[in-house]
Design a binder for this molecule. Structure first.
Ligand code: ZN
Length: 581
């Protein structure tokens, strides 16, 4: 991959530049990451942001030198000796970790610089080009362990050409403006605090948004023939041992112990709980498919350092459901799911970007013949629903293949949200069965599926997608009635009462502030409609509507305003329902 080579070379060229500019700095590791690279350095004095342009300039000079990049293979011990002799003790330590019998490869920039590296690399520093930029500084512990010395990390991004680099920098700038953590604060949606890493304190407005999403998802799945259930949050360890989660997922589970000596685990997922409901009583083939949904909280003990706003949390709810069906129903159920997902994404204003089919991994349950059938069925279902899949070898779970649905947001980023996973193993482990037409017991197939995935993460994605400016039906506050002068306060109160009575989420702002100040403030909070009222509006029974992002005011009668806003605030699925009724 050309970008991978470029980024890897950029990391080396940056390390050379740093060592030329700041003699005595030791290099450690410098991997390629998404969109760029970083390098961790050991240096007494801290780097400052002012150093970055200097390092960039030196990197460009090294590119201009067009130094040939050469690979050499050394005995491992020679590597340890050499790097120690030039004071690169971290590099020497890395090489010491390689078995003594092995050889190491180093990449040299002519005679000017070298690094331990697996490669591959470009043929010369000139081939790197100059479409790179150093983006930020951070601290990082050596080998990621807080007992080790703190190193200094410099991040950069590198691309094939200036146009790609510019587009990337614009995307970052735009993404920063849309950062859901910033908007979460300015819109007063939620906060996170130190004592609850990865846990969300949803404020009234944020929770309104959340409940609006949940209400929408509930209507959609109910319309698609799902039933909703609720299973316990905490279950005995033996239960998770039986389901296989204790063995596979134990590190990510929150464990608790009682005074009576029980060991319990907080559920990381709903699947085994749903099998218990399926197993309760005799099931007949006539009942299948059973589509069982649950929106209860799930807890996963992500490392505290990896949590990130709403996007990576320890506590979440999923729009999770399990479809218990027969082999013959896999294709039709999967197709119906893909159709539902497409429709939900369209309603939410996001675009399905791609669908990937994760195929059998090395370690797996079941025969090759079973896997071939399962993989082909998922692909067939996706095709029937009008989507093409990209096959990803080795990426499936050990118990079955999986469709992954990636959506594209307003600034072109893609997010994997939806999944559909075929599972033959859990029904087997937990002894789920139904009585078939032949009167004998059969195993159902289990389809694990989610459209949004984690609701927290999905809402985070939506906040960034809309940059907080939600369509009216999703907006936590749909309208603020703002008075121009205090003699319109009574009328303002009447207006907000009528908006609320019509089912709109409306608030009143009668503060003694200038109207422009009020408009600016509610615009920052991304309120979609500001209903401005002054004495003239009060006298005429009118209101002036101002839309978020628009300058114009539209003066209409209060009745007309209510009719317009309630129509716009109707969720898209309910609009369809009324249209067909
Ligand atoms: Zn599941």
């Amino acid at each position: 991959d050309a970008l991978e080579l470029i980024r890897h070379d950029a990391a080396h060229v940056m390390a050379q530049a740093v060592q030329e500019l700041f003699p005595g700095t030791q290099v450690t590791i410098g991997p390629v990451i998404e969109d760029g690279f970083f390098y961790d350095f050991a240096r007494e004095e801290p780097f400052s942001l002012d150093d970055l342009p200097k390092i960039e300039a030196k990197m460009k000079e090294i590119v201009d030198r067009d130094i040939p990049i050469l690979r050499e293979v050394w005995p491992r011990d020679e590597g340890v000796r050499y790097f120690n002799s030039i004071g690169e003790h971290y590099k020497a330590e890395i090489i010491e970790g390689i078995p003594q019998s092995e050889q190491i490869s180093v990449y040299k920039h002519g005679n000017q610089w070298m690094d331990l590296c697996r490669g591959p690399h470009l043929r010369s520093t000139g081939a790197l080009g100059k479409a790179f930029k150093l983006t930020k500084l951070a601290g990082a512990y050596w080998r990621g362990d807080h007992r080790n010395p703190m190193l200094q990390r410099i991040y950069g991004t590198a691309w094939r050409n200036e146009a790609e680099l510019d587009a990337h920098l614009k995307r970052i700038e735009e993404a920063e403006k849309r950062d859901h953590r910033k908007l979460g604060q300015s819109m007063d949606l939620f906060h996170i605090q130190e004592e609850g890493k990865g846990m969300i304190f949803w404020h009234p407005k944020g929770w309104t948004l959340y409940r609006t999403m949940l209400a929408y998802m509930r209507r959609r799945i109910e319309g698609a023939g799902y039933v909703e259930v609720k299973t316990p949050q905490i279950l005995d360890k033996s239960f998770w041992e039986r389901s296989g989660h204790w063995e596979k997922f134990h590190d990510s589970m929150f464990i608790c112990e009682t005074e009576e000596g029980e060991t319990l685990a907080v559920k990381p997922m709903n699947c085994p709980g749903h099998v218990q409901i399926f197993n309760h009583g005799l099931r007949s083939y006539r009942e299948l498919p059973i589509r069982m949904a649950e929106f209860e909280g799930l807890h996963r003990c992500e490392s505290s350092g990896s949590t990130h706003g709403l996007l990576r949390v320890r506590q979440m709810a999923q729009d999770d459901a399990h479809i218990f069906c027969t082999d013959d129903q896999i294709v039709s159920e999967s197709k119906a799911f893909v159709d539902l997902l497409n429709s939900v994404y369209a309603d939410l204003g996001v675009e399905l970007h791609s669908v990937k089919l994760a195929l059998r991994p090395e370690k797996r349950f079941g025969t090759d013949a079973q896997w071939t059938i399962a993989e082909d069925k998922l692909e067939e279902a996706a095709n029937l629903a009008g989507v093409q899949v990209e096959r990803l070898p080795n990426e499936g779970a050990f118990y079955g293949p999986k469709l992954e649905f990636h959506l594209r947001d307003a600034i072109g980023r893609t997010w994997q949200c939806g999944t559909l996973q075929l599972d033959y193993v859990l029904p087997e482990r937990l002894d789920a069965n139904y009585i078939g037409e032949d009167g004998a017991k059969h195993r159902p197939v289990m389809l694990h599926r989610a459209i949004c995935g984690s609701m927290e993460r999905f809402i985070g994605v939506l906040i960034e997608h809309y940059a907080g400016a939600f369509p009216l039906w999703l907006a936590p506050v749909q309208a603020v009635v703002a008075t121009i002068t205090s003699d319109a306060d009574d009328y303002g109160q009447q207006v907000v009462n009528k908006l609320k009575a019509a089912g709109l989420r409306a608030e009143l702002d009668v503060r003694n502030e200038k109207i422009n100040y009020k408009v600016r403030e509610h615009s920052l909070a991304k309120v979609p409609v500001i209903v401005v009222v002054g004495r003239r509006e009060a006298e005429n029974g009118q209101v002036a509507l101002r839309r978020l992002g628009g300058e114009a005011q539209q003066v209409v009668s209060l009745e007309e305003a209510i009719a317009t806003l309630t129509r716009e605030a109707t969720p898209p699925d309910l609009v369809r329902e009324t249209a067909t009724a």
